[in-house]
Design a protein around this ligand. Structure first.
Ligand code: SF4
Ligand code: SF4
Length: 311
């Protein structure tokens, strides 16, 4: 019959509308229970991506929660537990930022001495490329990626240059956007603090033991300390004397060995010459005579030169 198909299609549409409406009403309490307040009546609805039924969201007042690892531009964390900025103005994020869109000014105290907190912190959202390098390199978990993607403005400057006030969010906001990562970081922080505490306790125990030892030494009778010191000095003097003797003995042995070797070698060198001395007395006399002859000739020549010079 003409129009049956049309009626079937309208029936299917009506069925889905009613189901959606029913699901939507069933989920209403849950959708607001864990929602995240953004201020000015805006909120992020905690609706898993795969959940059906919540098709009606009052955008832009309501937004769906995005996957945890979604990132847009960075945000600075205000530590609500310690009531201070986590940022220490170390400047690492500004150094690693590829397009160099972070500016930081370090704060100073009344004497002009720099302190570990920023007085100004700017990010140019028009340049930021959402790479998350700043987050990866921050050693204090002070900067994280925000899920806020609605940044449309009429003028790029200065509206897209976010200052510290615009960038700062409370820790709870970060915990709600990044629950898994937040839990992991908190666990790590807890472990680090425990370790630090254990180290401090060990240090305190060592200091106590040292102090107790010093007290015990101070309480020891002065006469005993004197005796023990005198004995100690005597023992050390004996050790030094023994060491000295050993060194001298070593040197003497060494010299004796050297002298013996010299004597032996001299004897070896002279031995063949000694025997012919007796036999060669005649050669010695001839040599002596020859020397005297040469001396006489030299004297004679000197006299002649003197006489010629006098003429
Ligand atoms: S956000 Fe992190 S890396 Fe950047 S200045 Fe602050 S503490 Fe340093
Ligand atoms: S996300 Fe990347 S580009 Fe943006 S501020 Fe951080 S480091 Fe720079």
């Amino acid at each position: 019959m003409f129009g049956i198909g049309l009626l079937k299609g309208l029936g299917v549409t009506l069925k889905h509308t009613l189901e959606t409406f029913t699901d939507d009403r069933q989920q209403v309490p849950d959708r607001y229970r864990n929602s995240i307040e953004l201020g000015h009546g805006r909120r992020i609805i905690n609706q898993p991506i795969d959940q059906e039924g919540l098709l009606t969201i009052q955008y832009p007042e309501e937004k769906r929660q995005l996957p945890e690892r979604f990132r847009y531009i960075p945000m600075l964390i205000w530590d609500s537990e310690k009531n201070e900025d986590r940022c220490t103005a170390c400047g690492i994020c500004a150094k690693v930022c590829p397009p160099q869109c972070i500016w930081i000014v370090r704060d100073s105290d009344a004497n002009g001495k720099p302190v570990t907190r920023p007085s100004e912190f700017y990010i140019d959202a028009a340049v930021c490329m959402s790479c998350s390098f700043c987050v990866e390199f921050c050693p204090f978990d002070a900067i994280k990626m925000n899920h806020d993607y609605e940044l449309a403005v009429f003028d790029r400057y200065p509206q897209l240059v976010y200052d510290m006030e615009e960038l700062t969010v409370p820790l709870e906001y970060y915990a709600a956007l990044w629950p898994t990562q937040y839990a992991t970081e908190q666990e790590q922080r807890r472990k680090d603090e425990e370790e630090k505490k254990a180290q401090e306790e060990a240090k305190a125990r060592a200091a106590e033991a040292k102090a107790a030892k010093a007290v015990a030494v101070a309480a020891e009778p002065a006469a005993e300390r004197k005796t023990s010191s005198a004995e100690e000095l005597k023992r050390k003097a004996q050790e030094r004397a023994a060491a000295k003797t050993a060194v001298v003995a070593g040197k003497v042995d060494e010299s004796a060995a050297v002298v013996s070797a010299a004597v032996v070698s001299a004897a070896a060198a002279t031995a063949p010459a000694v025997a012919p001395v007796a036999a060669g007395d005649a050669d010695g006399d001839a040599k002596k005579t020859r020397m005297e002859e040469l001396k006489r000739i030299a004297q004679e020549r000197a006299r002649q030169r003197k006489a010629e010079a006098g003429e």
